[in-house]
Ligand binder design. Structure first.
Ligand code: UDP
Length: 254
């Protein structure tokens, strides 16, 4: 078996060189980390679920005209993606108060926000991904004003779309994190959605019971993380057919 060149290894994913220039293979690991990797565990099956959930969401977003790095599914843990220069920002969109927002501003968890809130964090593990303002981004040149405008427009569209998608599955989209990349098309540089959208980087609550169906189950030692992620996949109808491309995949039973 030929050994693929590893381009980058993150906390939950590995990027390998792709089969053609300008492509990469994004591999989803079973590792779970929280609190800037202070807490770490391996949760069997998490990578497969995140791969499939993220694939599904990126395909849905492509259908409403949002450009993403996703090219095609490769196998249970891997997808082929476009290589992009990652903008060093974590873009968080919040609909309901939770997590660090609650701690920072003394809000009550679960309080709906008057309107969606967009926050920017500087992507730097050594600094613990600090919260930054738009002006930090301009002053330090992490993105141009045009790029930032485009990122915010896309983020709002994704939020509107995903609120509806999850609501249809009986799930409240509390907050989530996006990452964007730059690609060149002939002489034009554009922004595309990168990384992943999965219960690892969204807060997803059951609409009736407020049961947490996301990585907070790991952060807060609630247990049942894989069951919760499977529940999200099942409700979205992801495992209703036998895998993708006609290949046999797992079939979850309710
Ligand atoms: N998030 C993420 N990666 C990070 C930080 C946050 O995916 O490095 C996601 C997180 O899952 C949540 C949202 O962004 O859906 C807001 O996270 P928050 O700022 O509340 O931070 P946390 O409580 O996760 O430290």
């Amino acid at each position: 078996m030929s050994k693929r060149r590893r381009i980058y290894e993150g906390k939950a994913k590995v990027l390998y060189e792709g089969p053609e220039p300008g492509t990469l293979v994004q591999h989803f690991k079973d590792d779970a980390t929280a609190f800037n990797a202070e807490k770490h565990d391996v949760i069997e099956g998490k990578g497969v679920l995140n791969n499939r959930i993220s694939e599904y969401i990126f395909l849905q977003l492509a259908q409403i005209g949002i450009q993403t790095h996703f090219i095609k599914a490769l196998n249970m843990r891997e997808q082929l993606i476009r290589e992009a220069e990652i903008v060093p920002l974590e873009v968080v969109i919040r609909n309901v108060a939770a997590g660090s927002l609650v701690k920072r501003l003394g809000l009550k968890e679960g309080e709906p926000l008057p309107r969606p809130l967009i926050e920017f964090y500087y992507k730097d593990d050594a600094l613990g991904d600090p919260l930054i303002s738009e002006d930090h981004i301009a002053v330090f040149g992490w993105a141009t004003q045009n790029e930032l405008d485009e990122i915010m427009t896309i983020a709002v569209r994704i939020n509107d779309f995903l609120i509806g998608l999850f609501a249809g599955a009986g799930i409240r989209l509390v907050d989530f994190k996006l990452e964007f990349g730059r690609v060149w098309e002939r002489d034009v540089q554009r922004i595309i959605l990168a990384d992943e959208i999965s219960p690892d980087n969204c807060r997803l609550w059951d609409i009736n019971s407020n049961k947490k169906l996301d990585k907070d189950r790991f952060r807060q030692d609630l247990g049942g993380l894989v069951d919760a992620y499977q529940e999200v996949a099942r409700r979205l109808g992801i495992f209703s057919s036998n895998g993708h491309d006609g290949k046999k995949g797992p079939v979850l039973v309710s």
